[in-house]
Design a protein around this ligand. Structure first.
Ligand code: BG6
Length: 480
């Protein structure tokens, strides 16, 4: 008997800001990403006030999908993709975010993309907001600190739901909504919510106000979407980096359990429709004054999600009495007591490679929520070398993907987890989110472009392209 359903959604995942380019084409406005420079290896990026002439902004050109989408979608079809997860750049539709009327040219661009995908029977899976808030909303309104931004977001969501209602079934509201729980890295609050912190503020209190507004925005989008087309399948999207206890010392176990609230707070609300007790207790103890409007409880209750989309790249470990500086800790979600896991290796960028952790995650999420799951990001960011014959032998990437797919199949076949699909991240090389580098490549298709923005942008299929095609063709039966 086949291990996966025949309609399993094998695909690839991308985000508009990281690959479209065309940042000033088609009437597009500036987004929070358009003022982010390229960072150095492993270091966070600079967020500038406006575009500065002597700085390099890698997302402006991305990989120029905006002008090459036919070629790229043709390649996705050749790879056998059954779905493509991408996002709609909010600023193509509402350049400043607070307009009443949408930009027709932006809407038309996504019509063309969606039609091109459907031509090949590739199902579009769309994220409404993948770190692409209009810069104007961030600068003039303070991003999701401001309740008005909820209305702007909902207007944007309704506009695209209405426009694409007969063509798109699968949606997600906010990408990795929970990674902003790490307020030690300003990048996350900025990209998720258009928020910057001032020194005299309590970062955590601001975060929970922002979170409340965004949870309301997400719930309203779900409710409005269902009213527009009851057949829509609308999920949330979280980053899941499981937190293991360092040892069987009960203090480590409890530490990991409590730290895991950083991962679960958002989905707890988006799935259950109400705040978890641990959060309410914390607000009370810390005296946080989170502004709640009349009717918010109902909004949350009515706008729960149909499935959980999540990214999985790595796991982390906490030890109750460990101490680390935030700088050492850049990939561990700001946990001040995280330590290295002696049982697993890390990538060149320090990300722990842990396929078993994916099976563990699938079980943990399914047992907690009993909702279908969708792995909408997973992958191995590394450098690539061309061989003399012009091919790229990316065996390490193939091994990473194989082991993670295998772990996912085990979760379905052995553990009974409901899994809708698997879309490896950056299926074609794109700009890295955290560092802005091109060198950190996830793609199964290589793009000739370097960290400084030089290169011909030529596309080349890597060995992983052919390997993944066979995985899809055999519905995961052949992983070798
Ligand atoms: C997730 C994001 O955090 O991880 C993507 O949703 C991002 O936008 C991906 O690109 C991988 O991170 P990075 O920094 O290696 O590009």
């Amino acid at each position: 008997m086949a291990k996966l359903n025949k309609d399993f959604l094998w695909g690839g995942a991308l985000a508009a800001n990281q690959f479209e380019g065309g940042y000033d084409q088609g009437g597009k406005g500036l987004s929070v990403h358009d003022v982010m420079t390229a960072g150095e290896h492993g270091k966070a990026r600079e967020i500038t006030e406006t575009i500065e002439a002597d700085k390099f902004y890698p997302n402006h050109e991305g990989i120029d999908f905006y002008n090459r989408y036919k070629e790229d979608i043709g390649l996705f079809n050749e790879m056998g993709l059954k779905c493509l997860r991408t996002s709609i750049a909010w600023t193509r539709i509402f350049p400043n975010g607070d307009e009443t009327e949408p930009n027709e040219e932006g809407l038309k661009f996504y019509d063309d993309i969606i039609d091109e995908l459907l031509k090949y029977n590739i199902e579009p899976v769309l994220t409404l907001s993948h770190f692409e808030m209009p810069l104007h909303l961030a600068r003039e309104y303070g991003g999701f600190r401001n309740r008005k931004v909820v209305d702007f977001f909902v207007h944007f969501a309704e506009t695209v739901f209405n426009r694409y209602k007969d063509k798109v079934k699968y949606w997600m509201t906010f990408n990795e909504i929970n990674n902003q729980m790490d307020t030690s890295n300003p990048l996350f609050l900025w990209t998720n919510s258009g928020v910057t912190l001032s020194e005299d503020e309590d970062a955590e209190e601001v975060l929970y106000q922002v979170a409340h507004n965004e949870l309301i925005a997400s719930a309203l989008a779900v409710t409005k979407g269902k009213a527009i087309n009851p057949n829509f399948v609308i999920g949330n999207m979280i980053s899941h980096v499981p937190i293991y206890p360092y040892s069987c010392n009960p203090k480590d176990i409890l530490e990991a359990e409590i730290a895991s609230r950083l991962r679960y707070f958002f989905p707890d609300v988006q799935v259950r429709g109400y705040y978890p007790g641990y959060a309410l207790k914390m607000f009370e103890k810390k005296g946080y004054d989170i502004k709640w409007q009349e009717g918010d409880d109902e909004i949350l209750k009515n706008g729960t999600v149909d499935y959980i989309g999540f990214s999985y790249y790595m796991s982390t470990v906490v030890k109750h009495d460990a101490q680390q500086s935030v700088e050492d800790n850049i990939v561990n979600g700001g946990l001040s007591n995280s330590v290295a896991n002696p049982y697993i290796k890390v990538s060149q960028w320090g990300w722990a490679i842990d396929p078993v952790g994916l099976r563990y995650t699938l079980n943990a999420l399914y047992n907690r929520y009993q909702l279908p799951l969708f792995i909408v990001e997973n992958g191995f960011g590394t450098t690539d070398e061309f061989k003399e014959d012009g091919t790229i032998d990316d065996q390490e990437r193939i091994d990473y993907l194989r082991e993670h797919i295998n772990a996912s199949i085990e979760a379905v076949d052995e553990d009974g987890v409901e899994l809708m699909g698997y879309t490896p991240w950056g299926v074609i090389d794109i700009v890295s989110f955290t560092t802005g580098e091109m060198k950190k490549r996830y793609g199964l298709i290589h793009v000739d472009r370097d960290n400084e923005g030089k290169g011909t942008l030529k596309r080349t299929k890597k060995n992983s392209f052919y390997w993944y095609k066979n995985v899809i063709d055999t519905n995961g039966e052949e992983l070798k």
